[in-house]
Design a protein around this ligand. Structure first.
Ligand SMILES: [Zn+2]
Ligand SMILES: [Zn+2]
Length: 225
């Protein structure tokens, strides 16, 4: 998956690529999934960022740190026309999301505006969500959330501005609102940076009557990145 060498594992990486791919393990922030020092003590532990800015979801996890080989894989999935990466990534996501899944969980991807969809041909978050759902036997609703309005480029907007713009641009699909009523929803995205996009999606789900909302990303950007 990383270098083109032939491998037979489900995880799709050769030994060398595996060593260069920073999988997240051990103690993590319960809200955003970033690795933390120390061991679990049975209480909920959160990073400083999440304590400062409480997340509008309950628990969050990520499979990889956005660095080295993981960064390449995420970028290849996003821009490089490598939808095949979603298959092994589904297994990595399944491992990270295991503690978040309930029997009645509904999986939903972060939506992409359709004009971007045309340019990129696929929504990488939707491919990841499908792969995760197939791997774990969990129900999925690919268009639970939609993005009917175009948003300006948000590259230089701060967290609050991004959150507001996205919250207004993202909506629950009128046909699927009922489906999430009172149910746990697991939102899936490729990368979590500040969390503004996932925050907007989680807020929309809560407003639409979803039960507990959790999030999982393929890769988590470390703070000093
Ligand atoms: Zn390799
Ligand atoms: Zn955190």
């Amino acid at each position: 998956m990383g270098c083109g060498a032939q491998v037979e594992t489900d995880f799709g990486l050769c030994g060398a690529c595996w060593r260069e791919t920073p999988f997240i393990g051990g103690t993590v922030c319960e809200a955003c999934g970033i690795p933390l020092q120390g061991g679990a003590d049975g209480y909920r532990i959160e990073c400083d960022d999440c304590m400062e800015r409480p997340r509008p979801w309950r628990r969050g996890r990520a499979a990889l740190l956005y660095a080295d080989r993981a960064r390449q894989l995420v970028l290849a999935l996003k821009h490089g026309d490598r939808p095949d990466i979603a298959r092994p990534a589904g297994a990595w996501l399944a491992r990270a999301a295991r503690p978040l899944l309930a029997p009645d969980t509904l999986i939903a991807p972060v939506p992409l505006h359709w004009t971007r969809l045309l340019r990129r041909r696929y929504n990488q978050a939707a491919l990841l969500a499908k792969s995760l759902a197939a791997r774990t036997g969990t129900e999925i609703c690919p268009d639970l959330l939609i993005r009917p309005r175009r948003t300006p480029m948000l590259d230089h907007a701060g967290f609050d501005r991004r959150f507001e713009i996205l919250r207004d641009a993202i909506a629950a699909h009128p046909r699927h609102r009922q489906r999430m009523a009172g149910r746990p929803v697991l939102l899936v995205d490729d990368v979590m940076t500040s969390g503004a996009t996932l925050s907007a999606c989680a807020t929309v789900c809560q407003a639409a009557g979803a039960g507990r909302v959790d999030v999982v990303a393929l890769a988590r950007v470390a703070k000093d990145d």
